[in-house]
Design a protein around this ligand. Structure first.
Ligand SMILES: *Cc1c(COP(=O)(O)O)cnc(C)c1O
Length: 312
């Protein structure tokens, strides 16, 4: 795909250099914006989107209130940006944000603890509110309609859906400031990835509808299983987590599934399972397994999980 376009009578037209704008990226942004009810801006990954959003909105010395138990990479990113003067505090997102912060960062639902934020309490807060709605997808939640200022997606997950796209997005009421910073910092998405996202968005609704229906069945059966202690599933999206006795039991379960892939990530057409303790350490119970429900036949999926749980 082209990355540059000739000037028109010596002047730049709508497109001249792909770091600033690319027609395929713009088309994907328009489609996603329609789904989420705002102005979508694409970035090369969900983490790139988070970095660009923080660089756009905040100054050194500013503090973010981050939902405790949210995506581990987000807290690691904020810790790293501490060298540039960013501070963050964690809070329980099921209640109101703490006083005196410049940005509120929620996750709907949080990954892998699956709590839902109090969107009304956050909307009443004076600072801007970001909702990472990667797991909910725009079909489960449109954060801007609940008073949030920004929805953030790792489009690598459900929006891409096939384990072949690495992209992120921020949906705002007006994305022009984000686009300006994106062009200046070079946190710009590849057009080939945007083309894959457009392909994936055509099937988003049928994929997510089926994944959510299957996840509800799996959550119910896990709750009734004698080897399973806690099941976290908010009834929205198709990500869930559950606890088995300890780390050893979790290892045995994740290494003995046959249909479910033992891999990181989520939102794929393939079901994925992994222990999160190895990444997140003490903040995550050793027996916690995160399961992203895919498009497999529900009974086959349950049969695979049930045989793996025999080893728990
Ligand atoms: C994966 C993920 C991210 C990060 O996205 P990348 O595309 O991997 O950079 C952010 N938030 C949530 C909730 C995620 O699951």
């Amino acid at each position: 795909m082209e990355i540059l376009w000739p000037y028109e009578h010596g002047e730049p037209g709508a497109y001249y250099y792909a770091r600033y704008a690319h027609p395929t990226v713009v088309e994907a942004e328009q489609e996603l914006g329609k789904l989420d009810g705002g102005d979508a801006v694409l970035f090369p990954s969900g983490t790139g989107a988070a970095t660009a959003l923080v660089l756009t909105l905040l100054q050194p010395g500013d503090t973010v209130a981050l939902a405790a138990g949210a995506y581990f990479g987000t807290s690691r990113l904020f810790a790293e940006l501490g060298r540039w003067g960013l501070r963050y505090v964690e809070f329980d997102q099921t209640g109101p944000p703490p006083d005196g912060v410049e940005l509120v960062w929620l996750e709907a639902p949080s990954n892998p603890f699956l709590t839902m934020p109090d969107l009304a309490a956050a909307a009443a807060y004076p600072a801007p509110v970001v909702v990472d709605s990667t797991v909910a997808t725009p079909l489960g939640l449109r954060p801007l309609e609940h008073g949030a200022d920004y929805a953030l997606h790792s489009a690598t997950k459900y929006l891409g859906g096939h384990d072949d796209v690495l992209l992120g997005a921020v949906v705002a009421r007006d994305g022009s400031e984000l686009r300006r910073v994106r062009g200046l910092t070079g946190i710009s998405p590849a057009a080939e990835q945007a083309a894959l996202l457009r392909r994936s968005l055509r099937t988003l609704e049928v994929r997510v509808r089926r994944q959510v229906a299957t996840a509800a069945v799996i959550a119910e059966r896990l709750r009734a299983h004698p080897r399973v202690a806690t099941v976290r599933y908010p009834g929205l999206g198709s990500l869930l987590s559950f606890d088995v006795a300890d780390g050893e039991a979790a290892r045995r379960v994740e290494t003995s599934t046959r249909l479910v892939l033992n891999a990181t990530s989520l939102g794929s057409v393939r079901s994925l399972i992994e222990s999160r303790h190895k990444w997140e350490g003490d903040r995550c119970p050793p027996g916690l397994l995160r399961l992203s429900v895919g498009l497999e036949e529900p009974e086959e999926l349950w049969a695979d999980l049930a045989q793996a749980l025999e080893n728990a």
